[in-house]
Design a protein around this ligand. Structure first.
Ligand SMILES: [Zn+2]
Ligand SMILES: [Zn+2]
Length: 213
């Protein structure tokens, strides 16, 4: 699998490009606010973007959805419970004192739910519904010999996502982590929505929020 992760936008959201080296089809997770950077990564590997997945619809994760959709024809996919956030990007911008201007809201081509599988060539990303940070928060699991988890703002290296914004729920977030994430193989590599990568094993051992789960 081709995998490239890089920070995009003012809040340094981790965008990941996952590609099938045989068919050259790709999935982009959280294109953040920098479509040029995403298009450059796709071009570098000769990839065609088929699907744009959002772990959730906070403004720092969805900024380039519309531009990337228009440039590639890829389908935008997210969980319906995050539509109230997606429909109010202007209000989200105001929460941040206008630091991030509201991006255009793309159409949503497909609503994702727990258990769905998004395919691009031979790639298969399993959809895990992990509400807590937002009601429609998703994690994407790519099984295999080197399993991968794109954990959005649900789980970070050494921390978890904040739950004090609209729709956040701390208990629900802990339940999502316990029931959906810690059920995966311990050696699963984790790429969070912000900051450094980790593994489930390491977080279970050392993340203070996961003690006792
Ligand atoms: Zn967020
Ligand atoms: Zn974020």
């Amino acid at each position: 699998m081709i995998l490239e992760t890089f920070p995009v936008g003012l809040l340094q959201c981790n965008c990941s490009v996952l590609g099938d080296p045989a068919t050259k089809e790709a999935i982009v997770v959280d294109p953040g606010g920098d479509v040029e950077k995403v298009l450059a990564a796709l071009a570098r590997h000769g990839l065609r973007c088929r699907a744009i997945l959002n772990t959730h619809t906070h403004i720092d994760h969805v900024g380039a959805n519309d531009a990337l959709r228009q440039a590639t024809g890829a389908e935008v996919m997210l969980h319906a419970a995050d539509l109230p956030l997606y429909d109010n990007l202007r209000i989200q911008s105001e929460w941040m004192g206008g630091m991030l201007p509201p991006p255009p809201r793309s159409p949503v081509d497909q609503e994702l739910d727990h258990g769905d599988v998004v395919r691009a060539g031979g790639l298969a990303a399993e959809v895990l519904h992990t509400p807590g940070h937002t009601p429609g928060s998703l994690c994407f699991h790519v099984p295999g010999a080197e399993p991968l988890l794109l954990s959005g703002d649900t789980l970070f290296a050494g921390s978890i996502g904040r739950t004090d914004l609209w729709g956040g729920d701390y208990e629900q977030e802990l339940a999502s982590i316990r029931n959906r994430l810690l059920a995966l193989e311990p050696h699963t590599r984790v790429i969070p929505g912000h900051g450094p990568q980790t593994t489930l094993e390491r977080e279970r051992r050392s993340n203070p929020f996961l003690v006792g789960l």
